[in-house]
Design a binder for this molecule. Structure first.
Ligand code: NOJ
Length: 526
């Protein structure tokens, strides 16, 4: 598999650092905690960890409000802890990706403190400052993704500043070349330390309309959707100039060899794939989030796979994401049984899979009492179901220990359920064993990594497809319904099934049975 880059062959595992492993009893996960669990991750069979932000931060948005881009928050440890983590990971053959948050800083970042100090400050133009509208109100109608106007009045300098998220997260002005240089230095700082790449936060939002035109109303808005969906984000996202920025980030990474640039981008596929750029000068992987809110049906997923595959530019490498810290967990979205089917899907599709911590043990969304809500998205728009605490609860290591072995203190969020790594490790039919088998299978079958995806078909509730590489061929079948089903299959041998007893059995050509909740991978003679 040598002609592929490591991030094309590999599987990425997202760690939400507050919730992975606490080492000092403060109830919040940290870098030494992650280091202590790297053996587990290596044994699981993943290839890279992406760690959500650990930079110094007032934590208004739990680290996505960065006050210093080149340091580590004491809550998570020290820069030395990070270096040790990186070193240990590399010795185990694991890569480490950081979360780069360039769209906005914290309002406590020295850059913003300088910028807001006076209209003449040399850093004034590093952020987006505008005069009030003639009536004294905000300069235009742009809405924040955390609710309300995206403009915050600054009484000292008598202008508004723009924040796509919280008022504590002012947007940087990426049209300013000094900002671009400063951010380039940030990338280089971490690349010099040896990080293997970045997941770039809200990459598609970096540039806003130069004329600050009002966004048009969204006539399809439905009550219950986030506030900013009242408008089409015509002038606040996916502006043509953003691609120039992506190109320059990519160029910087290229100077350091095989490092990966991943973009967080929530856009329809035709717009999403533009972020690959041309001839490899864009993001290596604009995150493909389609599975996060897909209608869970064979027909829908078949269409999604085909449309995505045919929309990808020639040079583009696909990727699939099943869960992250901003969306309900897969086991809560589709149920425990289908979450096993989803695991087979994720790890047999063409492209790099990204797993969210805890999904490998089937963690479900936690239930958070209303007086314990932590997430600013829920606090600012209560009752709208926007809260992200449920999918951020602590990793469940050992059900026999207090707080599931996550902390010896009081966890910052409650433990979601009794499922745990320890209990599942010894159970061959557990979700964890399934993930380990899948990761192992992927590693041993070049066609699952490098092969084409062909014959994608939905028949009733059954989704089938094949992966082929030279004379290697596997057939995948997933029962996405709630009953037993039948399917048309080629003759082969079952390499893996969610119904463990079937593994190793032969399938004869023709109609065969697929149990409720069954997904299988079979080798097929070519
Ligand atoms: C996307 C991140 O994933 C989310 O958690 C955060 O709130 C926003 N960007 C703002 O940084």
């Amino acid at each position: 598999m040598s002609e592929l880059a490591w991030w094309q062959r590999g599987v990425i595992y997202q760690i939400y650092p507050r919730s992975f492993q606490d080492s000092n009893g403060d109830g919040i996960g940290d870098l030494p905690g992650i280091s202590a669990r790297l053996d587990y991750l290596a044994a699981l069979g993943i290839d890279a960890v992406w760690i959500s932000p650990v930079y110094p931060s007032p934590m208004a948005d739990f680290g996505y409000d960065v006050a210093d881009y080149c340091h580590v928050d004491p809550m998570f440890g020290t820069l030395d802890d990070f270096k040790q983590l990186l070193d240990r990971a590399h010795r185990l053959g694991l890569r480490v990706l950081l979360d780069f948050v360039p769209n906005h800083s914290s309002d406590r970042h020295p850059w913003f403190e300088e910028s807001r100090s006076s209209r003449d400050d040399p850093k004034r133009d590093w952020y987006l400052w505008r005069d009030p509208a003639p009536d004294g109100g905000p300069p235009n109608n742009w809405l924040s993704r955390m609710g309300g106007s995206a403009w915050e009045w600054d009484g000292t300098t008598r202008q508004y500043y723009y924040h796509a998220f919280l008022r504590e997260q002012p947007d940087l002005n990426w049209r300013n070349p000094q900002v671009r240089r400063a951010m380039d230095d940030v990338l280089r700082f971490w690349l010099e330390l040896g990080v293997d790449g970045f997941r770039v936060d809200v990459l598609w939002l970096l540039i806003k309309d130069a004329q600050f035109r009002d966004n048009p109303p969204n006539t399809a808005y439905r009550f219950g959707e986030p506030d900013h969906h009242r408008q089409l984000q015509r002038y606040t996202e996916d502006q043509p100039e953003v691609h120039d920025i992506v190109r320059s980030m990519r160029a910087t990474l290229r100077e350091y060899g095989e490092r990966v640039l991943i973009g967080e981008i929530y856009l329809p596929v035709p717009q999403l794939v533009k972020y690959y750029g041309t001839a490899g000068d864009g993001a290596d992987m604009p995150f493909n989030f389609q599975l996060l809110n897909a209608r869970w049906s064979a027909g829908e997923i078949a269409r999604m796979i085909q449309d995505y595959d045919s929309a990808l530019p020639e040079h583009a490498w696909p990727n699939w994401v099943l869960g992250n810290h901003d969306n309900p967990r897969v086991a809560s979205r589709i149920g425990a049984s289908q979450a096993r089917v989803a695991a087979v899907l994720l790890l047999t599709l063409r492209g790099t899979p990204t797993l969210y911590y805890g999904d490998e043990i089937g963690m479900t969304d936690g239930v958070i009492a209303s007086d314990e809500i932590q997430d600013p998205a829920e606090r600012r728009q209560p009752g709208m179901g926007q809260g992200r605490d449920p999918e951020r609860t602590p990793m469940q290591w050992d059900g026999a220990l207090p707080n599931a072995g996550f902390t010896e203190g009081r966890p910052w969020l409650p433990i979601a359920s009794t499922a745990s790594v320890r209990e599942q490790l010894g159970d061959p039919s557990s979700m964890l064993s399934l993930y380990r088998r899948l990761l192992d299978l992927r590693r041993g079958h070049v066609e699952l990594v490098q092969g084409t995806i062909e014959n994608v078909a939905a028949c009733g509730d059954v989704l089938t497809y094949e992966r082929r590489y030279r004379d290697q061929r596997v057939f995948i079948a997933l029962n996405m319904g709630s009953e037993d089903a039948i399917m048309e299959a080629p003759a082969g041998v079952v390499l893996l099934s969610t119904v463990t007893s079937r593994t190793g059995q032969a399938i004869g050509e023709g109609i065969t049975h697929l149990a409720q909740g069954e997904a299988l991978v079979a080798s097929v003679r070519t």
